[in-house]
Design a protein around this ligand. Structure first.
Ligand code: FPP
Length: 241
């Protein structure tokens, strides 16, 4: 049995999703501005990417900015967008070396020009990498994704290219942002909140959920490994007896 960090690698999830919550509270506890929490949270992103890659996990989807996050104060939104640019610029060489492929899901065309350009460049540069696929969910909402996909299917039906009988799970999958990707096996959420908050609603139908009270900036490699170990012990039945 192949092992890494004491984990049976054959039983690890293929796709992990992470709801990175608690940056603001981390900062508040230290009397710091919320943005300090996001900056610290970027360090945890590095850990999560590196660890997932080392373990041979195929896809890691990070909920970096939701469709609802646009309602935050302008300064915080700007800071998050700049942090994304900074992360992609600073880390791109290392991500290349680690064979990471960067992808995005969500309404990314809503991002500020600089952020969108940097993201597209990173996607282009890493397109042939065969290691971890890092999905950044940006301006992402599960319901929004489903609406966009149904609308695109409806256009095809209207043009006579698809008949209503053709619409099934596989067809819907093809119209989602996660086209051709496996569903998340495990979704981790930090900071004690126990909800999905519009993250991968369709894809997460049978995901195992793992919650911790730890705030995202404090989420450590040890705790990530613990979540993975717990996952390896879960019985997944996908609705069967
Ligand atoms: C939720 O915490 C976190 C976010 C909305 C942003 C996540 C962003 C990062 C982890 C920064 C870096 C990301 C990348 C990809 C470089 P919150 O602000 O809602 O925390 P709170 O619930 O305690 O207020």
């Amino acid at each position: 049995m192949a092992q890494k960090y004491g984990l049976d690698t054959a039983k690890l999830p293929v796709h992990v999703g992470m709801i990175m919550d608690g940056n603001g509270r981390w900062a508040k506890k230290r009397n710091l501005p919320r943005i300090a929490g996001h900056r610290e949270g970027a360090k945890t992103v590095r850990m999560a990417v590196k660890t997932s890659g080392e373990l041979g996990i195929k896809v890691l989807t990070l909920y970096a900015f939701s469709t609802e996050n646009w309602k935050r104060p302008k300064e915080e939104v700007n800071f998050l967008m700049n942090l994304l640019v900074e992360y992609l610029v600073k880390e791109i060489d290392e991500l290349q070396q680690e064979n990471v492929r960067i992808c995005s899901i969500g309404n990314v065309t809503d991002l500020p020009k600089k952020a969108l350009e940097t993201l597209k460049n990173a996607e282009k540069k890493t397109v042939n990498n065969k290691g971890l696929q890092l999905n950044l969910a940006l301006s992402y909402g599960g319901r929004d994704e489903i609406v966009r996909s149904f609308r695109n299917i409806a256009y095809k039906v209207k043009d006579g290219l698809i008949s209503p009988e053709d619409i099934d799970h596989d067809l819907i999958n093809e119209y989602l942002d996660t086209k051709n990707q496996p569903d998340p096996d495990l979704i981790i959420r930090t900071s004690g909140e126990m909800r999905l908050s519009n993250f991968l609603l369709w894809q997460g139908a049978y995901s195992e959920l793992w919650f911790t009270d730890t705030l995202w900036p404090d989420f450590s490699k040890e705790e990530y490994l613990q979540a993975l170990e717990d996952f390896t012990k879960r019985q997944r039945r996908f609705g069967k007896a």
